[in-house]
Ligand binder design. Structure first.
Ligand SMILES: Cc1cc2nc3c(=O)[nH]c(=O)nc-3n(C[C@H](O)[C@H](O)[C@H](O)COP(=O)(O)OP(=O)(O)OC[C@H]3O[C@@H](n4cnc5c(N)ncnc54)[C@H](O)[C@@H]3O)c2cc1C
Length: 155
């Protein structure tokens, strides 16, 4: 911190809104529901939100219906992604050397493939991600065509 002239520091805050659109204005990604880096799912939410929004606009002639459907499809996944345990910020930012050693040790163990796979099996709950199977699989934009599967977006 002492060695740089452009150190940026701010608090982590989640964005929670009852609705992500008003009239013809609609938000997605961090602007709509920033879950903070602690959630570890912000990129997934942003890409999924953009895809769901585009798909609902594509298949609904009525704008309000499209934005309602987008809200309903994304809400469960967003709320699930935002449910960071209250203790997480304190755990991830220890204030003593011992705390830092313990955190790094625990993360080292947790990132070993067998432990990681076991934890994934034990803690993986039911996905709250929207069902993308009803959206178009191929969309062309200009001279580019994109294919979508339920899990990924492939140019
Ligand atoms: C330190 C850190 C670590 C993270 N780690 C993870 C992680 O491990 N996994 C994960 O899934 N997510 C992680 N995230 C969260 C993830 O980066 C965000 O959730 C994701 O980038 C949100 O995408 P977005 O497109 O909504 O917003 P952004 O990626 O913020 O994109 C918004 C863009 O709009 C531009 N912009 C802003 N204002 C204007 C304007 N007026 N005109 C034109 N352009 C403008 C910005 O420059 C920016 O490029 C992390 C975030 C941070 C900060």
């Amino acid at each position: 911190m002492d060695g740089t002239q452009d150190f940026y520091f701010d608090v982590l805050r989640q964005v929670r809104m009852k609705r992500w659109s008003k009239g013809r204005v609609v938000l997605t990604g961090d602007a709509a529901w920033c879950a903070t880096p602690l959630a570890g799912i912000g990129t997934t939410l942003a890409v999924t939100g953009a895809y769901v929004l585009a798909s609902e606009l594509h298949r609904n002639r009525d704008l309000t219906a499209a934005l309602d459907a987008y809200d309903a499809a994304m809400r469960p996944m967003v709320e699930d992604g935002q449910s960071v345990p209250k203790i997480a910020p304190r755990m991830m930012h220890p204030r003593s050397r011992l705390g830092i050693h313990l955190l790094h040790g625990a993360l080292g163990v947790a990132s070993k493939p067998p432990i990681r796979n076991l934890a994934a099996k034990l803690f993986a709950g039911e996905t709250k991600a929207p069902d993308l199977s009803g959206y178009p699989e191929n969309v062309s934009q200009g001279d580019k065509a994109y294919s979508f599967s339920s899990r990924q977006l492939v140019p």
